[in-house]
Design a protein around this ligand. Sequence first.
Ligand code: F6R
Length: 610
Amino acid sequence: MCGIVGYIGKKEAYPILIEGLSALEYRGYDSAGIAMVDSTGLTIYKDKGKVDRLKEITRSIEKEKGAIGIAHTRWATHGAPSKVNSHPHTDDKERIALVHNGIIENYSILKDRLKEEGIEFRSETDTEVLAQLVGKYYENDLAAAVRRALADVEGTFGIAVVAKDQPEVIVAARRGSPLVVGVGDNELLLASDASAIVRHTKTVIYLKDNNLIELHRDGIYHTTTLENVQITPELHQLEYDAESLAKGGFEHFMLKEIFEQPQTIKNALRGRLLIAEGTARLDGLNIVHQELRSIERIIFVACGTSWHAALVGEYMIEDIAGIPVEVEYASEFRYRNPIIGPNTLVFVISQSGETADTLAALREASHKGATVLGICNAVGSSIARETHGGVYLHAGPEIGVASTKAFTSQLTVLSLLTLLLGRMRRISHSDGMTIANALQAIPSQVEQILKQNVKVKEIARIYHHHSNFLYLGRSYNFPVALEGALKLKEISYVHAEGYPAAEMKHGPIALIDKEMPSVVLAIKDSIYDKVISNIQEVKARGGSVIAIANEGDCEIEKHARHVIYIPKTIPILSPLLSVIPLQLLAYHIAAMRGCEIDQPRNLAKSVTVE
Ligand code: F6R
């Protein structure tokens, strides 16, 4: 969602802040702003629009030196995107400036109270309330004022604050919204996401919830709880470098990330697949085998694409390991009263590791006494830190808003988990080896599918003007149908529905006509013939069918207008292959419609608010 950057050190703050904002634009981007402090006071620039707009209005200050600063890209929650609603916000005396990620839930009560005290508000945002509170309490000790203000607020925040008369300090604090501090050579950086600072340092502190940090110009920092108890934060090393944040010759991050998948799947498998034993090892689970063997139920909790991966996980684990699995939307789970028995294992799945609903669900499951494990991509993220153990995807930073490589890495990790649990309970050594060998072959099979990019593009050219699409799949490929439809709608703004193919006749079949193409996952498995019948039903109503089918399937061309062939694998792994053409199809349709693929409207990469 919104992005925060801060800098304090001996270099010029402005270019570092702008570069950091550009790196964060993928998170949220309806407005941007910057506040800098030096001996002459506080300067704020902000406007509606992208970081380029901020660059335009700050062109004249580019040569200013030595200031410390904080900056922000906004994804609107309270108040429409506008200059006045953009961050930084100040108190009414303009003594302090503040940027904020998160939501102040009691802002309305606080605003009324402050108004009664004569404080004038300029914006419609919840953030301004926090800025006014800090201003109200400010008496030359910025950290003390921030602490007092935060004691009044309910909700979530990641904030950075500067004061006009203190050009020597930035104060930052968090509850529920991530903040990472970069520790450089006599300089400190601050960001809501490490990608904004990795160009400057790889040594970081992940600020913990309810912690506050004071950053000083000479590289010294001081960390406390919000109650002012001193703490010594741990230093971590970032695992990736600045190159992985570049497009590497691809037109969009999404396309680059689609093409990275042979490698990212290999990364997820590395050191975890034990071919000779026909099993897997996942040391990060931090669970002894005895405990794994006694599990009676698994609950997967996730949102969006990660939820689709979880659904595939349900099919796999029930099929191979015989453990009952439930898949929950994190946003529902957190407000229900879920029943979690003694032998229930909860897995939260999240690429970013910061999704607010998933984090809240994790905490709810922990409160109920469950062992909660994570499947995350972002190392050191809140979810990764709060779970009892877990598995990292090692897919590298995913910048495109539409998740692609994280999805296939999640599927890879879920396959490894299935193999591990399956071997402990139900399947033989030889069945385990079949799965392990099939998994090992997946990266090169993905590579083969990617060679058909041009063919997929041709199909996209035929259909890119259509306004409605149906995605149909069954069994393991039903979640892939959901994922294909999500990819298309989020980046091309075309209406698309994913459905279990046989459910079509219970409603969506009414939509089918020659204007509504259906993308059908017709993989050769035990229910292939049934899927062919579903294709016939579409055809009989004048609908065109784009089929994803296995190489060597001679039958399918009789039924579908277009066929994209993928290599054959075992049924449980077929989603790892069948999703690739759907990612490419969505990408090309969006590109042909002139959409902003890496930054689709209204969406943000990491959904850190409810
Ligand atoms: C879709 C997409 C989103 C995310 C969802 C959960 O392409 O990216 O649906 O999957 O917001 O995000 P994470 O996995 O970071 O928790």
